[in-house]
Ligand binder design. Structure first.
Ligand SMILES: Nc1ncnc2c1ncn2[C@@H]1O[C@H](COP(=O)(O)OP(=O)(O)OP(=O)(O)O)[C@@H](O)[C@H]1O
Ligand SMILES: [Mg+2]
Length: 358
């Protein structure tokens, strides 16, 4: 279930792709955000956009830190080092721009970045060097950037602000599946924040509509030469998240049986979702049961604020203050476990609902 990386493999997303290319390429905006639920196709969109843009790029995948409680300078710098060396393999001249930076040593055709506190490499000098090297522009992708809230002993916000204001050739694409958390991290509306007031391009990826789901599956099955007609059932059971639909397509190809393929997808999805929810709960300590119970309540159907408070108190047998309840709901909204259309709280997508009903 890899992200797609070429235009011909990407279904639709014309509008969103056009926006990324326009913001990053034609307008040269310093920062463009790509937002959307998990498995909605953010990484695919970014990879295809990078190809279309034809600019060199450094891709930092922060998803791998999802299960961690914190992220050290060492973690971040080693990740950056790997990606910079990837780029330097194709463009060895980049090493000449890095050579004289404190905390960088060049060994053969590799750059080594120091994270030791006395001599650690500064991210600002690295970006300066990259900016000088990349005359035509370079894109730095921070995929799943909300994980950077866990950074300990360093802060990328001032660096982003510095690059925003001074480095004409460096453009960031910042993606996040926990949109509220990402905005909380960037603090663009906070006058105290380094990024305060900086305009950014924003591209939101929504789940596929029913029509898109039908067309997506129809094309996929046509390519495989498979007869298929049960689109309505698939949309009803699985919703519009491309990642689940792709998995379903594979299972149907394997089993040639609708129920088995749907059940297989539901099992797979709900297992993953529950595991991801465990990560979310990892720092929630005593409120664990409360978060779980709220998810169970909203997953029976959408629920209003009062209904959630009542349900929670009844199920846990204790009084819970209004401010606590609001805080729990805010956390769940910020991490995109729930959404709030029409003043009701609902699971963000159908399979999240199923994961908490089982
Ligand atoms: N527009 C699309 N056309 C074809 N396949 C897609 C499309 N969007 C997503 N997919 C498929 O869905 C799956 C999830 O996509 P991707 O990894 O790009 O999403 P994501 O939003 O980055 O997910 P995550 O939150 O897990 O990082 C992949 O298998 C990908 O190939
Ligand atoms: Mg991704």
């Amino acid at each position: 279930m890899r992200p797609k990386d070429s235009r011909s493999n990407l279904f639709d997303r014309e509008v969103e792709l056009g926006k990324v290319v326009e913001y990053v390429g034609r307008l040269g905006l310093p920062i463009t955000l790509v937002l959307g639920f998990r498995r909605v196709g953010k990484s695919s969109l970014i990879l295809v956009a990078l190809r279309e843009l034809g600019l060199s790029s450094i891709y930092i995948d922060l998803r791998k830190f999802e299960e961690r409680q914190y992220l050290s300078y060492r973690d971040f710098v080693l990740e950056l080092q790997r990606e910079v060396n990837n780029l330097a393999r194709r463009f060895p001249r980049l090493l000449d721009f890095l050579r004289n930076i404190d905390g960088v040593s060049i060994m053969g055709n590799q750059a080594l970045f120091s994270w030791k506190s006395s001599s650690r490499v500064s991210l600002a000098s690295l970006l300066d060097a990259v900016n000088e090297w990349a005359g035509n522009g370079i894109v730095i992708v921070l995929d799943e950037a909300q994980e950077l809230v866990k950074a300990r002993g360093f802060n990328v916000l001032p660096i982003l602000a510095y690059a925003y204001d001074n480095l004409r050739n460096v453009r960031f694409i910042i993606s996040g599946s926990k949109m509220g958390l990402l905005y909380r991290f960037l603090r663009v509306k906070d006058p105290e924040s380094p990024l305060f007031g900086r305009a950014m391009g924003v591209v939101e990826l929504a789940p596929f509509t029913k029509e898109q789901v039908i067309e997506f599956l129809r094309r996929g099955f046509e390519e495989l030469g498979i007869e298929f007609n049960d689109y309505d059932t698939v949309y009803k059971e699985l919703g519009g998240i491309p990642g689940w639909l792709t998995y379903f397509g594979l299972k149907y190809y394997e089993y040639r049986d609708l129920d088995r393929a749907i059940n297989g997808t539901v099992d797979y999805a709900t297992t993953l979702i529950r595991r991801e929810f465990e990560n979310f709960l990892a720092d929630k300590a005593v409120a664990r049961d409360r978060y779980l119970t709220i998810m169970r309540i909203v997953s029976r159907g959408c629920a209003g604020w009062g209904e959630i408070k009542n349900g929670l108190e009844v199920m846990l047998g204790m009084e819970i203050s209004d401010s606590r309840i609001s805080e729990y709901l805010r956390q769940l909204l910020d991490s995109a476990w729930i959404v709030k259309p029409n003043n009701k709280y609902c699971p963000a997508e159908p399979l999240i609902g199923k994961a908490f009903r089982a």
